[in-house]
Structure formats: structure tokens, C-alpha cells
Design a binder for this molecule. Structure first.
Ligand code: ATP
Length: 202
């Protein structure tokens, strides 16, 4: 199901990432955020070419979007949003949020909350115009093992909402490197698709 403007109270979480592949860390943190923030919809936004991951070859956008689609039945609030690809956006979060506003996702019709893991918070100064991003949208942080919230710059920490979502020590990088642990790291349909299509083979 795609992200859309629904009638009634509309609190929407936006969770961007490379999702190569999507794993239980993403899913459980997203569900925790949806509970804590009382979100009606939580949209996963696969990035076309994440600016901070230019040094590594990504699985194609279509395959990553397909893997994400296989996760949607796990929670009724989950949605897919492929705006970055559909609209040929630059890939910066600020650009994506601005586009969604132009498409009608304005604050008078819905409340947008951008979700990011604590690793992203620690790296925020390297993002495109982070201060403008924090002014454009509420940002909520999903704590992640190994990335201490206290280490973030205070000027950012003061402007974000740190959530109490479960700490799950899974990363996509680890999954790609140790494909054997796949069954414990990703939902069954995702594991099946990865096996059937020979993704992440050594
Ligand atoms: P990679 O290992 O390839 O860098 P990743 O596992 O960090 O990937 P991404 O797709 O880069 O996953 O992450 C998308 C978003 O999800 C980012 O905001 C990231 O901080 C967050 N995230 C990823 N894994 C977790 C986790 N285990 N717990 C909480 N947030 C997470």
C-alpha cells in the first residue's frame, strides 16, 4: 500500500534509507515509533542513491523497493513511498520533504515526522542543510546499539525527539557480509526472496 492523504487525524512517519536489505532492526524500530508517536501511517522511503553511501554498489532500486513491499503486511500502518524515484529527486531529505509538502502533505492536513536511527543523528552535520531540515519537519530518533545519543551535537539534540524504541543490533551491512544469519535478521518473505533471487551472494 502506498502513502496517501487519509481523512481524519493523520500523523505520518517517514523512514528513509537504503534498505539493502530491510531487516528486523528497521521493522521493530518503525513499529515502536508508530506506537510511541501514535502514527496512522509509517512510510518507508527507499533512497535511490543515498548521498553518504556513494562508495558502495547498491542493489537496484526496484529490488530494494520489492523487498520493502514484502514487509508491508507485517503492520497495518506500514506504507511504501517511492517519491524519490518517481519524481527524480536529488536524494536529500530536505528535497524529499519539500516535494511531499508540494504534493499536499502540508501541516494543516497531516503531521509529518522524519525518523532516523541514532547513527544518522551522529552524522547529521554532514547532511544537506541539516538546520533547514530540522526547521522543515519534526525529526524523531530511533536509538541504535553502538551509537550513543549523548554523543550528538547539542544543537541537534535540542531539536529532535528521542524515542524509546527497542535496541536491535542488526545492520544491513552485517547481513550482506554474513548471509547465513539471514533467517534471524530479516522477515521470512524477505529471506525467501533473497534466496530465490540469489541476492547478496558472496
Ligand atoms: P547499512 O548497514 O547498509 O549501512 P543500515 O542497516 O544502517 O544499512 P539503512 O537502510 O542505511 O540501514 O538505514 C535506514 C534508516 O534506518 C537509518 O535512519 C538508520 O539509522 C536506521 N536503522 C538501521 N538499522 C537500525 C536499527 N537496527 N535500529 C534502529 N534504526 C536503524
Amino acid at each position: 500500500m502506498r502513502l496517501s492523504l487519509e481523512s481524519g487525524p493523520n500523523h505520518i512517519g517517514l523512514f528513509g534509507g537504503s534498505f539493502d536489505p530491510p531487516h528486523w532492526g528497521h521493522i521493530r524500530a518503525a513499529q515502536g515509533a508508530a506506537d510511541e508517536l501514535k502514527l496512522n501511517q509509517l512510510a518507508f522511503l527507499p533512497a535511490v542513491r543515498p548521498p553518504h553511501k556513494r562508495d558502495r554498489k547498491l542493489t537496484s532500486f526496484d529490488l530494494r523497493a520489492k523487498l520493502m513491499e514484502l514487509c508491508l503486511p507485517l503492520d497495518r500502518r506500514f506504507r511504501l513511498c517511492t517519491v524519490e524515484m518517481d519524481e527524480r529527486l536529488s536524494g536529500t531529505t530536505l528535497d524529499t520533504v519539500s516535494k511531499l509538502r508540494d504534493m499536499g502533505f502540508t501541516e494543516d492536513r497531516c503531521h509529518l515526522i522524519w525518523l532516523m536511527g541514532s547513527d544518522s543523528l551522529l552524522d547529521l552535520e554532514n547532511w544537506h542543510r541539516p538546520d533547514d531540515l530540522l526547521a522543515a519537519v519534526e525529526v524523531a530518533i530511533l536509538p541504535r546499539p553502538g551509537y550513543r545519543i549523548e554523543d550528538a551535537l547539542k544543537k541537534y539534540l535540542d531539536k529532535v525527539n528521542v524515542l524509546h524504541t527497542p535496541l536491535i543490533d542488526i545492520s544491513a551491512q552485517n547481513i550482506r557480509a554474513h548471509r547465513l544469519a539471514l533467517e534471524h535478521s530479516v522477515p521470512p518473505l524477505v529471506a525467501q526472496f533473497i534466496h530465490e533471487n540469489g541476492l547478496y551472494s558472496p
